[in-house]
Design a protein around this ligand. Structure first.
Ligand code: THU
Length: 142
């Protein structure tokens, strides 16, 4: 009797893993005023993944983007060498990071790959592509 091969487990690539983590973070978004959910996930060189979602506040200027939530979670837990960040929004379109997030990524993770999936494509960009001619200032030596 012919034996059937058992089904293979699905193996996620590193990029898929990060994109899936960013999609899960959409559920924790607090888009109380805009109604617009964004999810992000940062991958550190040690393999840890830190997710973030946009958190809004009645004092609108205090709202924080998903990218910065994930970045600050990673930095504040000691993950210094950040390899990639995936960003998704629930409307299925490419969610380009805002200017403030680009500036923060440049300073704390200049070599990071920025993974932007949409329903149609997955774009992989560098900070240099997203933020040409940036403002850079060396912090004072202590
Ligand atoms: N937002 C992000 O979280 N990331 C982006 O890249 C763009 C915008 C958030 C901020 C605000 O909570 C909502 O999306 C609508 O602007």
């Amino acid at each position: 009797m012919a034996r059937k091969n058992p089904p293979l487990p699905k193996i996620e690539t590193e990029i898929e893993r990060l994109i899936n983590a960013s999609r899960k973070a959409l559920a924790f978004s607090r888009p109380l005023y805009s109604g617009f959910r964004v999810g992000a996930a940062v991958e550190a060189a040690d393999g840890r993944i830190f997710t973030g979602s946009n958190i809004e506040n009645a004092s609108l200027g205090l709202s924080v983007c998903a990218e910065r939530v994930s970045l600050l979670k990673a930095l504040s837990e000691g993950a210094a060498d950040l390899k990639a960040i995936a960003v998704v929004c629930e409307n299925g379109e490419t969610c380009y990071p805002c200017g403030s997030c680009r500036q923060m990524l440049l300073e704390f993770a200049p070599g990071i790959r920025i993974i932007l999936p949409s329903e149609k494509s997955v774009k992989v960009l560098t900070i240099g592509e997203l933020l040409p001619l940036p403002f850079i200032k060396e912090p004072p030596k202590r």
